[in-house]
Design a protein around this ligand. Structure first.
Ligand code: PSV
Ligand code: MN
Length: 450
């Protein structure tokens, strides 16, 4: 059954149009007469969205709503703090300083989106008293949140100049492993089941490191940490082809991450950060491959134009994230149930207001997931079997081109959430209150590079 039948693909249904604007306004008669009215309708629709612009079957809308009900997205604590480039930091009055601030901001994102109940933490950036992390769980709970993935910091201390678990100095390797083991305990104390590992280890110059020896050190370290994890905990192994190391990175790509995860043990999986690939990498292909191997653990979502740019999801290439999500939708469809995948954001917003950028990201991930859920998988399979390449691609393009904002609006209304989360956040005054309370606590000026 089709919920609305529209006469024109780019303007609302006759019924909706007549109800709002009467018979006299032409629909597709001519661009000249329809355009001004269409603009009015659009502006009004943005305030009070009612129905989709394209016909979408009720069953498909229900499928999207059910998919959105399941979709939880973790926000990173560091996405609310002042950050910058390696050349300097630009400070924002409302940017968070403490874990409490970050949790307040995350709670604001969750208030308007309803799908971000957990916050990733970086151990040395977020916990003041590492010997007693448990109260942080209560701070999160007070705000209706929970502490999500635990991210150790084995990259910033002076001793890690030549690496952490692959450092040529055994005492530094031990120190890094101790920090990873401590992070497991922190996870236990705050009720987190995700240990998310990213290593800056690598070398800058040919000859600097013994590549195979470093690989062995990594395997040993990951195995030791894996063995210390409770049965409920998953280890996520992240990869990155370069930066901060520029000659080689010890976990350079998804294949190495999968091999290391396998060497670590059955609770270790691969973490795909969408910004961590060399140009031209087909990310949806590696995601499909990892899923089929049972090795996909989760995502760090962000967008990029050049390298690890940490731009908001979909700002550069929304079709790419759509294609990745479609692989997951297909896998779950084939499996007949949801996969256990951690959806996390990993972005630093240097120019946009932090909370707005985070809400914009969540909205984009939801929209792209909605589009992926709209793909007619039966038609896609049929086109593939017929060898009809054009029809197969059209299945993707049709779904991607569908305006899902009304469907999302319907989902939000059903959940009692604001239909326009950014507008609601702006009207709520959180940023102004945050700036007033945080500014006096900030030291003047930004952070310089050198
Ligand atoms: C490294 O570039 C990374 O992607 C890791 O996930 C870190 O946890 C995060 O960025 C820190 O911003
Ligand atoms: Mn990441």
């Amino acid at each position: 059954m089709v919920s609305q039948v529209f006469d024109c693909p780019f303007v609302p249904s006759h019924a909706a149009w007549r109800a709002e604007y009467g018979e006299t306004q032409g629909l597709c008669a001519s661009v000249g007469s329809a355009a001004p009215v269409a603009l009015d309708f659009w502006q009004d629709w943005r305030r009070h969205p009612r129905e989709p612009f394209m016909s979408v079957a009720d069953a498909a809308i229900a499928r999207v709503h059910a998919g959105l009900d399941r979709l939880e997205i973790e926000v990173p604590s560091w996405g609310f703090a002042d950050t910058g480039t390696r050349f300097g930091k630009f400070m924002q009055d409302a940017a968070a300083l403490t874990l409490e601030d970050k949790l307040d901001d995350a709670a604001e994102v969750h208030r308007v989106t309803g799908c971000c109940p957990s916050v990733a933490v970086h151990v040395l950036w977020d916990f003041e008293d590492l010997s007693n992390p448990a109260p942080s769980a209560a701070l999160a709970a007070d705000r209706g949140l929970r502490i999500g993935s635990i991210n150790p910091n084995v990259f910033q201390d002076q001793c890690y100049r030549l690496g952490s678990v692959a450092n040529p100095d055994a005492s530094v390797r031990r120190r890094a492993i101790e920090h990873l083991l401590h992070s497991v305990e922190i996870g236990r104390a705050v009720g987190s089941d995700l240990l998310s590992l990213w290593f800056a280890d690598g070398t800058n110059y040919p000859g600097q490191g013994h590549l195979r020896r470093r690989k062995r050190w990594f395997e040993e370290a990951l195995r030791e940490v894996h063995d210390a994890m409770p049965a409920s905990m998953t280890m996520l192994v992240e990869y990155k082809p370069f930066e901060p190391a520029f000659y080689h990175t010890d976990i350079a790509d998804w294949g190495m991450a999968a091999a290391f995860a396998r060497a670590a043990g059955p609770q270790a999986k691969v973490l795909v950060d969408t910004g961590h690939h060399l140009p031209g990498q087909n990310i949806e292909h590696l995601v499909a491959f990892l899923m089929d191997e049972g090795m996909l653990g989760g995502f760090h979502f962000n967008d990029r134009h050049y390298a690890d740019d940490d731009l908001t999801v979909g700002s550069i290439d929304p079709y790419r994230i759509f294609r990745i999500l479609l692989e997951i939708v297909q896998a779950e469809h084939d499996l007949g149930g949801p996969l256990s995948v951690a959806y996390m954001i990993d972005q630093s917003h240097n120019l946009k207001p932090k909370i707005e950028a985070m809400i914009q990201t969540v909205d984009m991930v939801q929209s792209l997931m909605a589009k992926a859920l709209l793909v007619d998988l039966a038609a896609l399979d049929d086109a593939r079997e017929r060898g009809d390449v054009v029809d197969a691609e059209r299945c993707l393009v049709d779904a991607f081109a569908t305006d899902v904002r009304p469907i999302l609006a319907g989902w939000r209304e059903r959940r009692g959430l604001p239909v326009d989360p950014i507008a609601d956040h702006r009207a709520h005054g959180h940023a102004e209150r945050a700036a007033a309370s945080r500014l006096p606590r900030k030291s003047s000026g930004g952070g310089s590079y050198a």
